[in-house]
Ligand binder design. Sequence first.
Ligand SMILES: NC(=O)c1ccc[n+]([C@@H]2O[C@H](COP(=O)([O-])OP(=O)(O)OC[C@H]3O[C@@H](n4cnc5c(N)ncnc54)[C@H](OP(=O)(O)O)[C@@H]3O)[C@@H](O)[C@H]2O)c1
Length: 338
Amino acid sequence: MNPMMKAVRLHAFGGPDVLRYEEAPRPALSHGDVLVRVHAVGLNPPDWYLRDGYRSLPPEWRPEPAFPLILGSDVSGVVAAVAEGVEGFAVGDAVYALVRFPGEVMKGSGAYAEYVSVPASELAHKPSTIDHVHAAGAPMSLLTAWQFLIEPGHQQPNPFQPFAHVPVPLEGKTVLINGAAGGVGHLAVQLATWRGAHVIAVASRRSEALLRDLGADQFLDRAGIAPEEVVRDADLVLDTVGGAESGRFLRSLKRGGALFPVYPLGFAGHQEAAERGITVSTAQVRSSGEQLAQAAALLADGTLRVVVDSIFPLADAARAHERAARGGIQGKIVLDVA
Ligand SMILES: NC(=O)c1ccc[n+]([C@@H]2O[C@H](COP(=O)([O-])OP(=O)(O)OC[C@H]3O[C@@H](n4cnc5c(N)ncnc54)[C@H](OP(=O)(O)O)[C@@H]3O)[C@@H](O)[C@H]2O)c1
């Protein structure tokens, strides 16, 4: 039997109280895997979707339970061992990753633990100037923003639509980002700014100063006049809130523009989009060590900044999920494991 470690495991689906901090076997490594001693874990919505048994999603998305399972896909840590077939990583390297996503989305990628096994292809060296807590906040949110706005970076089929997602050029364009203070949103604001877009950020009033500091040119309070009543002729809307309401942004786009709902389920505006000459496109984020390596340079030189909403010890993962359920997340919730 493998040596033991501390982990937060699920033995049943349910609310935050099903997250149990306990002993678990350390993961075994397969060919091409790296064992990472986890220092910090970034939280993402799929963590609470899976904890809950995907009850908020359509039945065909619901997982077959294979308990106990370990949630979590975003890690920053230090290489503890490497299996055969691994090149480019050695014991002691500081690394970060989006682990096995979407491959293990229904089983849990195993990050809420002291150790996790990660395919080397999904790992990158941690940006040298930021700590593990900030690095752990980046992978899923940053790769989502990157794959929607900059480059998908893979040829896998798109589970949400019959065609590949294609980002649009951002230089000199007007880009509205809804949910701009959240995990995906705050990094999307910075990527679009870096690529030379004029960025309109929509979020709660308390995030205005933060978002202007991150590069937003214009700020709209989501509790004020509806953004679709104010904004006209935008080139692109990245709607990180998405869902059934996303179609309202079609009014804010020029003919030839694009709407990217990051949460695409329930979107009902396809006919109106066709009439208005607007492309609607979405995608599912995928693990990519290569893209995290590119982004590491931008995180290291401060072009991109991970904002940390709150930090909880691994043993208090249930409290971290309660924090998430209260909403209004500013940046990332992170578990400190070290
Ligand atoms: N397609 C993919 O592969 C992919 C990848 C990652 C995430 N997602 C999905 O994308 C969504 C966002 O993920 P995330 O990690 O960024 O979540 P998050 O960190 O919870 O951020 C969501 C943000 O939206 C804001 N918000 C909530 N309701 C709003 C509304 N009606 N109008 C404007 N802002 C609103 C919240 O702040 P305020 O309440 O303060 O405004 C919060 O800052 C989730 O549904 C997630 O499942 C999809």
